[in-house]
Every structure is written in C-alpha cells, then in structure tokens.
Design a protein around this ligand. Structure first.
Ligand SMILES: [Zn+2]
Ligand SMILES: [Zn+2]
Length: 153
C-alpha cells in the first residue's frame, strides 16, 4: 500500500517539506514559548517518524533558543517549520500549519493549558496542564489511530 503524501511549505515557499502517511499523533501546545515562536495562541504539530519526513527543497536555520530542542525555520520568511529534540530522537515534530492539507491535521492532544491564553481553544479532546507523562504517549498514539478525526493517510 502506498501512503498518501502530505506536502507543505513555509510562508514564502523557499522551503518545502513532505510527510508520508498519517502522523502518530497531532498536538496543540499552549506554552508561552510556542506562543512567542508562532505569534499565535498555540502551536500545532504532527508527530512523524524521521523516515517518513523530508525537506524536499531549500534549507532551514535554527531558531528559538540556542540550546534544547532544534527548532527549524525558513531563513527568509522565518516560518517555524519543524522541531527535532534529543527527547524524541528518531522523530520529528512538524508544524501542522505548514502542510497544504493543514485543515486535516486537527489536534488530538493539547498541552500546557496552565499557560494558555484565556479563551484560546484548540478543540483537542485530550487536555494536559503541562506535558503528558512519557508513559502516556503510547496510549495517546494508540487512541489517535482509532480517532475519527485523525489524518486518514
Ligand atoms: Zn520561507
Ligand atoms: Zn510549546
């Protein structure tokens, strides 16, 4: 079975990305760091194994903080595109809003509600005050795969 391709791009189109198939889970993060980096009330992400994600044209630069997670941005339009981190080695957290079919990547889990802007709602069905515990992720991923609102491929 060949998996559906999910192409995407930054605001200016200088960097293009592509993911294959469905993400493992989709998330909204309401932390103040994501608020500042997106300029919005929360960030949206689609969690993919590294081997199902590629930058297909252009190059990214590091943004955010100089230590910790490696947040990648378009060097021209400065869109925040995806993140890699030691804690999620082998996976990449793609900013769902970069995908051409972003509307299909509805968030399933929302986190850092303790820092959320009042009234800002992601619509996610699983809500956490901070980050979910490590042991909760396998269950969240299993639940996402059964969810009607998931990315189907
Ligand atoms: Zn750009
Ligand atoms: Zn965040």
């Amino acid at each position: 079975m060949s998996e559906a391709k999910h192409p995407g791009q930054c605001r200016c189109g200088g960097v293009r990305i592509e993911a294959s198939g469905a993400p493992l889970v989709t998330m909204a993060c309401h932390c103040t760091g994501c608020q500042r980096m997106t300029g919005g009330a929360f960030s949206l992400s689609s969690f993919y194994p590294e081997d199902r994600f590629a930058v297909t044209s252009g190059e990214t630069v590091r943004g955010g903080l100089k230590s910790g997670p490696d947040h990648r941005f378009c060097p021209s339009c400065m869109s925040w595109m995806f993140t890699r981190a030691e804690q999620i080695e082998g996976f990449v957290n793609v900013r769902s809003t970069m995908f051409d079919d972003a509307a299909r990547h509805a968030p399933f889990v929302e986190m850092f509600m303790s820092e959320a802007i009042p009234g800002a709602s992601s619509g996610a069905s699983h809500s956490y005050e901070a980050f979910p515990q490590d042991h909760e992720f396998p269950q969240l991923i299993a639940s996402y795969a059964q969810w009607d609102g998931r990315v189907k491929a």
